[in-house]
Write a protein that binds this ligand. Structure first.
Ligand SMILES: [Zn+2]
Ligand SMILES: [Zn+2]
Length: 214
């Protein structure tokens, strides 16, 4: 598996390119970029590695994770995948917070496929299992691979996503964190913002993962 991380947009969102070394098929997680320059850097990387983007996946519907969906879709023709609960956010600038974040309102494309807990998104030999991890938003997901998990704004290194936003729930995010804490310690955590970590590291040091009731 190839994983390349780009920090994009005013909120420094992590956009990931995940590809299969054998078939060269790839997916883009959270293309949250706002400028063509950012889009170009990512597409150059894809080009140089001779990858073919077959999916765009959003960990949730906030615009800092979805603002570049239209650009990537236009250039690659790849469908947009998002959990069904967050799908309506893609085309609603109030729900996706682009109005609140002060991002320019465009006419973003809607979802092509709804994701559900337990679905598998496959690029070549790389399989990513969808874990529904609500709390930051109702339709937040994590994507679990063989030795990596992409956690969006559910789990950060040393912290967690905001739960004071519309459709957020502190109770739900705590249940989602409990679910993530059951993953093996060696799994690398690729969060929606900030540096990478591991499940073991987060279980030891993240204050929100301490004393998770059983
Ligand atoms: Zn968010
Ligand atoms: Zn975010």
């Amino acid at each position: 598996m190839i994983t390349k991380m780009f920090a994009v947009g005013t909120l420094c969102t992590n956009c990931y390119v995940v590809g299969c070394t054998e078939t060269r098929e790839a997916l883009i997680i959270d293309p949250g970029f706002e400028t063509n320059l950012e889009a170009k850097a990512i597409l150059k990387e894809i080009d140089e590695r001779k990858l073919r983007v077959i999916y765009i996946v959003n960990t949730h519907g906030h615009s800092d994770h979805t603002a570049g969906n239209g650009t990537v879709k236009k250039l690659t023709g790849a469908p947009i995948l998002i959990h069904e609960y967050d799908a309506p956010m893609l085309t609603d600038s109030t729900k996706n917070l682009s109005t609140m974040f002060g991002l320019r309102a465009t006419s973003p494309p809607s979802a092509d496929r709804m994701l559900h807990d337990g679905d598998v998104v496959q690029v070549g030999k790389v399989a990513l299992k969808i874990l529904h991890t609500p709390g930051h938003s109702r339709g937040s997901i994590s994507l679990l691979g063989a030795d990596a998990v992409f956690t969006g704004d559910t789990l950060f290194a040393g912290s967690i996503g905001r739960t004071d936003l519309p459709s957020s729930s502190y109770e739900e995010i705590m249940l989602s964190l409990k679910k993530l804490a059951t993953l093996p310690d060696h799994i690398t955590v690729y969060p929606g913002h900030g540096p990478t970590s591991t499940i073991g590291e987060e279980k030891r040091h993240n204050p929100f993962l301490q004393n998770l009731s059983t």
